[in-house]
Write a protein that binds this ligand. Structure first.
Ligand SMILES: NC(=O)C1=CN([C@@H]2O[C@H](COP(=O)(O)OP(=O)(O)OC[C@H]3O[C@@H](n4cnc5c(N)ncnc54)[C@H](O)[C@@H]3O)[C@@H](O)[C@H]2O)C=CC1
Ligand SMILES: O=C(O)[C@H]1O[C@H](OP(=O)(O)OP(=O)(O)OC[C@H]2O[C@@H](n3ccc(=O)[nH]c3=O)[C@H](O)[C@@H]2O)[C@H](O)[C@@H](O)[C@@H]1O
Length: 293
Protein backbone atom coordinates (compact mmCIF):
# COMPACT_ATOMS: atom_id res chain seq x y z
CA UNK A 1 0.00 0.00 0.00
CA UNK A 2 1.24 3.49 -0.87
CA UNK A 3 2.02 5.68 2.12
CA UNK A 4 1.73 9.42 1.73
CA UNK A 5 2.69 12.55 3.62
CA UNK A 6 -0.63 14.22 4.18
CA UNK A 7 -1.46 17.67 5.53
CA UNK A 8 -4.76 18.68 7.10
CA UNK A 9 -5.67 22.38 7.23
CA UNK A 10 -8.23 22.93 10.01
CA UNK A 11 -7.89 20.65 13.03
CA UNK A 12 -11.49 20.79 14.23
CA UNK A 13 -14.01 17.96 14.32
CA UNK A 14 -13.50 16.66 10.80
CA UNK A 15 -9.81 17.61 10.49
CA UNK A 16 -8.71 15.94 13.70
CA UNK A 17 -10.69 12.76 13.05
CA UNK A 18 -9.37 12.61 9.47
CA UNK A 19 -5.79 13.21 10.60
CA UNK A 20 -5.94 10.66 13.41
CA UNK A 21 -7.49 8.00 11.16
CA UNK A 22 -5.08 8.58 8.26
CA UNK A 23 -2.10 8.30 10.63
CA UNK A 24 -3.62 5.09 12.00
CA UNK A 25 -3.70 3.83 8.39
CA UNK A 26 0.05 4.36 8.19
CA UNK A 27 0.35 7.75 6.50
CA UNK A 28 2.44 10.56 7.96
CA UNK A 29 0.06 13.37 8.87
CA UNK A 30 0.60 17.06 9.68
CA UNK A 31 -2.49 18.65 11.24
CA UNK A 32 -2.45 22.45 11.06
CA UNK A 33 -4.75 25.06 12.63
CA UNK A 34 -4.63 28.83 13.08
CA UNK A 35 -6.00 28.39 16.61
CA UNK A 36 -2.83 28.30 18.69
CA UNK A 37 -4.59 26.99 21.79
CA UNK A 38 -6.05 24.00 19.93
CA UNK A 39 -2.60 23.04 18.64
CA UNK A 40 -0.86 23.67 21.97
CA UNK A 41 -3.46 21.51 23.74
CA UNK A 42 -3.16 18.73 21.16
CA UNK A 43 0.62 18.72 21.54
CA UNK A 44 0.20 18.30 25.28
CA UNK A 45 -2.39 15.53 24.83
CA UNK A 46 -5.61 17.51 25.36
CA UNK A 47 -8.29 17.06 22.69
CA UNK A 48 -10.79 19.81 21.73
CA UNK A 49 -13.62 17.26 21.30
CA UNK A 50 -14.66 13.91 22.71
CA UNK A 51 -15.16 11.04 20.27
CA UNK A 52 -14.92 7.38 21.25
CA UNK A 53 -11.48 6.09 20.25
CA UNK A 54 -10.08 9.44 19.14
CA UNK A 55 -7.77 10.13 22.10
CA UNK A 56 -6.21 6.68 21.67
CA UNK A 57 -5.58 7.18 17.94
CA UNK A 58 -4.02 10.61 18.55
CA UNK A 59 -1.78 9.26 21.33
CA UNK A 60 -0.70 6.29 19.18
CA UNK A 61 0.06 8.52 16.19
CA UNK A 62 2.20 10.83 18.29
CA UNK A 63 4.05 7.92 19.85
CA UNK A 64 4.65 6.23 16.48
CA UNK A 65 5.93 9.55 15.16
CA UNK A 66 3.56 9.85 12.19
CA UNK A 67 1.08 12.44 13.56
CA UNK A 68 2.19 16.05 14.02
CA UNK A 69 0.41 19.25 15.05
CA UNK A 70 1.45 22.72 13.94
CA UNK A 71 0.29 26.31 13.44
CA UNK A 72 2.75 26.81 10.56
CA UNK A 73 1.45 26.32 7.05
CA UNK A 74 5.03 25.95 5.76
CA UNK A 75 5.48 22.83 7.89
CA UNK A 76 2.59 21.33 5.94
CA UNK A 77 3.47 22.56 2.46
CA UNK A 78 7.18 21.68 2.86
CA UNK A 79 6.41 18.12 3.97
CA UNK A 80 3.18 17.08 2.27
CA UNK A 81 2.24 16.08 -1.26
CA UNK A 82 -1.48 15.83 -0.44
CA UNK A 83 -3.22 18.52 1.62
CA UNK A 84 -6.81 18.26 2.88
CA UNK A 85 -8.96 21.32 3.57
CA UNK A 86 -11.13 20.70 6.65
CA UNK A 87 -11.95 24.24 7.80
CA UNK A 88 -15.45 25.42 8.70
CA UNK A 89 -18.11 26.45 6.17
CA UNK A 90 -20.72 28.03 8.46
CA UNK A 91 -23.99 29.60 7.37
CA UNK A 92 -23.66 33.17 6.18
CA UNK A 93 -26.26 35.90 6.71
CA UNK A 94 -27.98 35.23 3.35
CA UNK A 95 -28.40 31.50 4.18
CA UNK A 96 -25.63 30.30 1.84
CA UNK A 97 -22.31 28.84 2.95
CA UNK A 98 -19.67 31.28 4.21
CA UNK A 99 -16.59 30.26 2.22
CA UNK A 100 -14.12 32.73 3.73
CA UNK A 101 -12.25 30.08 5.78
CA UNK A 102 -11.89 27.73 2.82
CA UNK A 103 -10.60 30.46 0.50
CA UNK A 104 -8.22 31.74 3.18
CA UNK A 105 -6.88 28.24 3.76
CA UNK A 106 -6.47 27.60 0.01
CA UNK A 107 -4.68 30.96 -0.35
CA UNK A 108 -2.24 29.98 2.38
CA UNK A 109 -1.43 26.71 0.57
CA UNK A 110 -1.06 28.53 -2.74
CA UNK A 111 1.33 31.08 -1.29
CA UNK A 112 3.61 28.70 0.58
CA UNK A 113 3.60 25.61 -1.68
CA UNK A 114 6.98 24.53 -2.97
CA UNK A 115 6.10 21.47 -5.11
CA UNK A 116 3.24 19.75 -6.91
CA UNK A 117 0.41 19.44 -4.40
CA UNK A 118 -2.94 17.67 -4.47
CA UNK A 119 -5.49 19.82 -2.65
CA UNK A 120 -8.41 17.78 -1.30
CA UNK A 121 -11.56 19.47 0.01
CA UNK A 122 -13.18 17.56 2.89
CA UNK A 123 -15.23 20.53 4.07
CA UNK A 124 -18.82 20.72 2.80
CA UNK A 125 -18.81 23.31 0.01
CA UNK A 126 -21.48 24.33 -2.53
CA UNK A 127 -21.25 23.11 -6.10
CA UNK A 128 -18.88 25.39 -7.97
CA UNK A 129 -16.53 26.02 -5.05
CA UNK A 130 -14.01 23.52 -6.39
CA UNK A 131 -13.85 25.48 -9.64
CA UNK A 132 -13.24 28.70 -7.72
CA UNK A 133 -10.51 27.12 -5.61
CA UNK A 134 -8.77 25.67 -8.67
CA UNK A 135 -8.80 29.12 -10.24
CA UNK A 136 -7.23 30.59 -7.10
CA UNK A 137 -4.55 27.89 -6.90
CA UNK A 138 -3.68 28.25 -10.60
CA UNK A 139 -2.65 31.89 -10.01
CA UNK A 140 0.57 30.58 -8.46
CA UNK A 141 1.52 27.86 -10.94
CA UNK A 142 5.04 27.95 -12.34
CA UNK A 143 7.77 25.42 -13.26
CA UNK A 144 8.16 24.16 -9.70
CA UNK A 145 4.71 24.52 -8.22
CA UNK A 146 1.46 23.09 -9.57
CA UNK A 147 -1.81 21.87 -8.07
CA UNK A 148 -4.39 19.17 -8.67
CA UNK A 149 -7.78 19.37 -7.03
CA UNK A 150 -10.01 16.69 -5.51
CA UNK A 151 -13.41 16.90 -3.82
CA UNK A 152 -13.72 14.26 -1.08
CA UNK A 153 -16.73 15.13 1.11
CA UNK A 154 -17.07 13.64 4.59
CA UNK A 155 -20.13 11.79 5.93
CA UNK A 156 -19.16 11.13 9.57
CA UNK A 157 -21.58 11.81 12.43
CA UNK A 158 -20.65 13.41 15.71
CA UNK A 159 -20.58 10.68 18.36
CA UNK A 160 -19.51 7.89 15.99
CA UNK A 161 -16.94 9.82 13.97
CA UNK A 162 -14.05 7.33 14.04
CA UNK A 163 -16.24 4.38 13.12
CA UNK A 164 -17.98 6.41 10.40
CA UNK A 165 -14.62 7.50 8.95
CA UNK A 166 -13.09 4.02 8.96
CA UNK A 167 -16.25 2.12 7.98
CA UNK A 168 -18.21 4.44 5.70
CA UNK A 169 -20.99 3.20 3.39
CA UNK A 170 -19.08 4.80 0.51
CA UNK A 171 -16.27 7.17 -0.30
CA UNK A 172 -16.77 9.93 -2.85
CA UNK A 173 -13.82 11.29 -4.80
CA UNK A 174 -14.25 13.85 -7.57
CA UNK A 175 -11.55 15.28 -9.79
CA UNK A 176 -10.66 15.91 -13.43
CA UNK A 177 -7.16 14.55 -12.75
CA UNK A 178 -7.00 10.75 -13.09
CA UNK A 179 -3.62 10.47 -11.35
CA UNK A 180 -4.93 12.26 -8.25
CA UNK A 181 -8.01 10.02 -8.24
CA UNK A 182 -5.73 6.97 -8.37
CA UNK A 183 -3.77 8.26 -5.37
CA UNK A 184 -6.95 9.00 -3.41
CA UNK A 185 -8.23 5.51 -4.20
CA UNK A 186 -5.01 3.99 -2.95
CA UNK A 187 -5.37 5.90 0.34
CA UNK A 188 -8.87 4.55 0.95
CA UNK A 189 -8.55 1.06 -0.62
CA UNK A 190 -7.50 -0.62 2.68
CA UNK A 191 -10.91 0.32 4.13
CA UNK A 192 -12.51 -2.08 1.63
CA UNK A 193 -15.60 0.04 0.99
CA UNK A 194 -17.24 1.11 -2.29
CA UNK A 195 -15.80 4.24 -3.92
CA UNK A 196 -17.52 6.58 -6.33
CA UNK A 197 -15.10 8.19 -8.77
CA UNK A 198 -16.63 11.23 -10.38
CA UNK A 199 -16.18 14.88 -11.34
CA UNK A 200 -15.77 17.66 -8.77
CA UNK A 201 -19.27 19.15 -9.14
CA UNK A 202 -21.03 15.80 -8.78
CA UNK A 203 -18.96 15.00 -5.67
CA UNK A 204 -19.88 18.37 -4.16
CA UNK A 205 -23.55 17.77 -4.92
CA UNK A 206 -23.58 14.23 -3.47
CA UNK A 207 -22.73 15.69 -0.04
CA UNK A 208 -25.51 18.31 -0.04
CA UNK A 209 -28.07 15.98 -1.62
CA UNK A 210 -27.31 13.31 1.01
CA UNK A 211 -27.70 15.66 3.97
CA UNK A 212 -30.83 17.24 2.45
CA UNK A 213 -32.38 13.82 1.80
CA UNK A 214 -31.77 12.72 5.40
CA UNK A 215 -33.23 16.01 6.65
CA UNK A 216 -36.25 15.43 4.38
CA UNK A 217 -36.73 11.97 5.88
CA UNK A 218 -36.77 13.52 9.37
CA UNK A 219 -39.24 16.26 8.41
CA UNK A 220 -41.42 13.62 6.71
CA UNK A 221 -41.58 11.38 9.78
CA UNK A 222 -42.31 14.41 11.96
CA UNK A 223 -45.27 15.26 9.71
CA UNK A 224 -46.46 11.64 9.92
CA UNK A 225 -46.12 11.90 13.73
CA UNK A 226 -48.40 14.96 13.73
CA UNK A 227 -51.02 13.11 11.72
CA UNK A 228 -50.64 10.00 13.95
CA UNK A 229 -51.43 12.14 16.95
CA UNK A 230 -54.58 13.47 15.30
CA UNK A 231 -55.87 10.06 14.21
CA UNK A 232 -54.73 8.04 17.25
CA UNK A 233 -51.99 5.94 15.59
CA UNK A 234 -48.68 5.02 17.31
CA UNK A 235 -45.80 6.78 15.51
CA UNK A 236 -43.15 4.41 16.91
CA UNK A 237 -44.91 1.34 15.51
CA UNK A 238 -45.67 3.19 12.28
CA UNK A 239 -41.96 4.09 11.85
CA UNK A 240 -40.95 0.52 12.68
CA UNK A 241 -43.40 -0.92 10.17
CA UNK A 242 -42.31 1.52 7.46
CA UNK A 243 -38.62 0.91 8.13
CA UNK A 244 -38.98 -2.84 7.61
CA UNK A 245 -39.44 -2.10 3.93
CA UNK A 246 -35.83 -2.26 2.72
CA UNK A 247 -36.52 0.46 0.16
CA UNK A 248 -37.37 2.83 3.04
CA UNK A 249 -34.92 1.59 5.70
CA UNK A 250 -35.07 1.97 9.46
CA UNK A 251 -32.64 4.85 9.92
CA UNK A 252 -33.61 8.51 10.27
CA UNK A 253 -37.24 7.66 11.01
CA UNK A 254 -37.15 8.81 14.63
CA UNK A 255 -39.73 11.53 15.14
CA UNK A 256 -38.84 14.29 17.56
CA UNK A 257 -38.27 17.99 17.79
CA UNK A 258 -36.79 18.20 14.30
CA UNK A 259 -33.26 18.03 12.97
CA UNK A 260 -30.50 20.11 14.54
CA UNK A 261 -26.78 19.56 15.01
CA UNK A 262 -23.95 21.49 13.44
CA UNK A 263 -24.67 20.66 9.78
CA UNK A 264 -28.20 19.71 8.63
CA UNK A 265 -29.73 23.18 9.20
CA UNK A 266 -26.89 25.03 7.42
CA UNK A 267 -26.48 22.49 4.62
CA UNK A 268 -30.20 22.34 3.79
CA UNK A 269 -30.28 26.17 3.67
CA UNK A 270 -27.15 26.24 1.52
CA UNK A 271 -28.64 23.78 -1.01
CA UNK A 272 -31.83 25.85 -1.18
CA UNK A 273 -29.67 28.93 -1.78
CA UNK A 274 -27.56 27.15 -4.39
CA UNK A 275 -30.68 26.13 -6.34
CA UNK A 276 -32.09 29.65 -5.93
CA UNK A 277 -28.93 31.17 -7.40
CA UNK A 278 -29.68 29.30 -10.64
CA UNK A 279 -33.27 30.56 -10.60
CA UNK A 280 -34.63 27.18 -9.49
CA UNK A 281 -37.14 27.16 -6.63
CA UNK A 282 -36.57 23.97 -4.59
CA UNK A 283 -40.15 23.71 -3.28
CA UNK A 284 -39.66 20.45 -1.37
CA UNK A 285 -36.70 21.87 0.59
CA UNK A 286 -38.75 24.96 1.49
CA UNK A 287 -41.30 22.64 3.11
CA UNK A 288 -38.60 20.56 4.83
CA UNK A 289 -37.23 23.74 6.41
CA UNK A 290 -40.70 25.06 7.30
CA UNK A 291 -41.70 21.76 8.96
CA UNK A 292 -38.43 21.72 10.91
CA UNK A 293 -38.95 25.27 12.16
N1 LIG B 1 -18.80 18.25 12.31
C1 LIG B 1 -19.29 17.30 11.55
O1 LIG B 1 -19.91 16.36 12.04
C2 LIG B 1 -19.09 17.32 10.07
C3 LIG B 1 -18.66 18.46 9.41
N2 LIG B 1 -18.51 18.45 8.05
C4 LIG B 1 -18.02 19.65 7.36
O2 LIG B 1 -16.60 19.73 7.60
C5 LIG B 1 -16.18 21.09 7.67
C6 LIG B 1 -15.47 21.33 9.00
O3 LIG B 1 -16.40 21.15 10.02
P1 LIG B 1 -15.92 20.98 11.54
O4 LIG B 1 -14.73 20.12 11.60
O5 LIG B 1 -17.12 20.61 12.31
O6 LIG B 1 -15.49 22.49 11.88
P2 LIG B 1 -14.70 23.01 13.18
O7 LIG B 1 -15.19 24.39 13.41
O8 LIG B 1 -14.74 21.99 14.26
O9 LIG B 1 -13.17 23.09 12.69
C7 LIG B 1 -12.70 23.99 11.77
C8 LIG B 1 -11.26 24.35 12.16
O10 LIG B 1 -10.65 25.09 11.10
C9 LIG B 1 -9.77 26.04 11.68
N3 LIG B 1 -9.45 27.08 10.67
C10 LIG B 1 -10.23 28.07 10.19
N4 LIG B 1 -9.58 28.78 9.24
C11 LIG B 1 -8.35 28.22 9.12
C12 LIG B 1 -7.21 28.49 8.31
N5 LIG B 1 -7.21 29.49 7.41
N6 LIG B 1 -6.11 27.71 8.44
C13 LIG B 1 -6.09 26.70 9.35
N7 LIG B 1 -7.14 26.39 10.15
C14 LIG B 1 -8.25 27.13 10.04
C15 LIG B 1 -10.54 26.55 12.88
O11 LIG B 1 -9.68 27.20 13.81
C16 LIG B 1 -11.15 25.24 13.41
O12 LIG B 1 -10.33 24.61 14.38
C17 LIG B 1 -17.45 21.92 7.46
O13 LIG B 1 -17.56 22.23 6.10
C18 LIG B 1 -18.57 20.97 7.85
O14 LIG B 1 -19.79 21.28 7.20
C19 LIG B 1 -18.73 17.33 7.30
C20 LIG B 1 -19.13 16.17 7.90
C21 LIG B 1 -19.34 16.07 9.33
O1 LIG C 1 -22.53 16.84 7.35
C1 LIG C 1 -22.51 16.62 8.55
O2 LIG C 1 -22.07 17.40 9.39
C2 LIG C 1 -23.06 15.36 9.10
O3 LIG C 1 -24.46 15.63 9.46
C3 LIG C 1 -25.13 14.51 10.07
O4 LIG C 1 -24.46 14.12 11.25
P1 LIG C 1 -24.71 14.80 12.70
O5 LIG C 1 -25.33 16.15 12.52
O6 LIG C 1 -23.44 14.67 13.44
O7 LIG C 1 -25.72 13.87 13.51
P2 LIG C 1 -27.01 12.97 13.16
O8 LIG C 1 -26.99 11.81 14.06
O9 LIG C 1 -27.13 12.69 11.72
O10 LIG C 1 -28.23 13.92 13.61
C4 LIG C 1 -28.58 15.12 12.95
C5 LIG C 1 -29.89 15.64 13.53
O11 LIG C 1 -31.00 14.86 13.08
C6 LIG C 1 -31.78 14.46 14.18
N1 LIG C 1 -32.39 13.13 13.90
C7 LIG C 1 -31.60 12.13 13.42
C8 LIG C 1 -32.16 10.90 13.13
C9 LIG C 1 -33.55 10.70 13.29
O12 LIG C 1 -34.13 9.62 13.04
N2 LIG C 1 -34.31 11.72 13.76
C10 LIG C 1 -33.76 12.95 14.07
O13 LIG C 1 -34.51 13.87 14.47
C11 LIG C 1 -30.83 14.44 15.37
O14 LIG C 1 -31.53 14.57 16.59
C12 LIG C 1 -29.95 15.65 15.05
O15 LIG C 1 -30.60 16.83 15.47
C13 LIG C 1 -25.11 13.34 9.08
O16 LIG C 1 -25.74 12.19 9.66
C14 LIG C 1 -23.68 12.98 8.67
O17 LIG C 1 -23.70 11.95 7.68
C15 LIG C 1 -23.00 14.22 8.09
O18 LIG C 1 -21.65 13.96 7.80
Amino acid sequence: MDKFRIGIIGTGYVGLVTGACLSDMGHTVYCMDIDEKVIKDLKSGQLPIYEPGLAELVAQGKERGNLFFTTYIEEVTDNCEIIYLAVGTPQSLDGGADLSQIYEAARSIRDSASRHTIVVTKSTVPVGTGGGLQHLLAEREDNEVSFSYVSNPEFLREGSAIKDFLEPDRIIIGSSDEESLDKMESIYRPLGVPMVRTDVKSAEMIKYASNAFLATKISFINEIANVCEEVGADIDVVAQGMGMDKRIGTSFLKAGIGYGGSCFPKDVQALKQLAGNTGYVFQLLNSVIEVNN
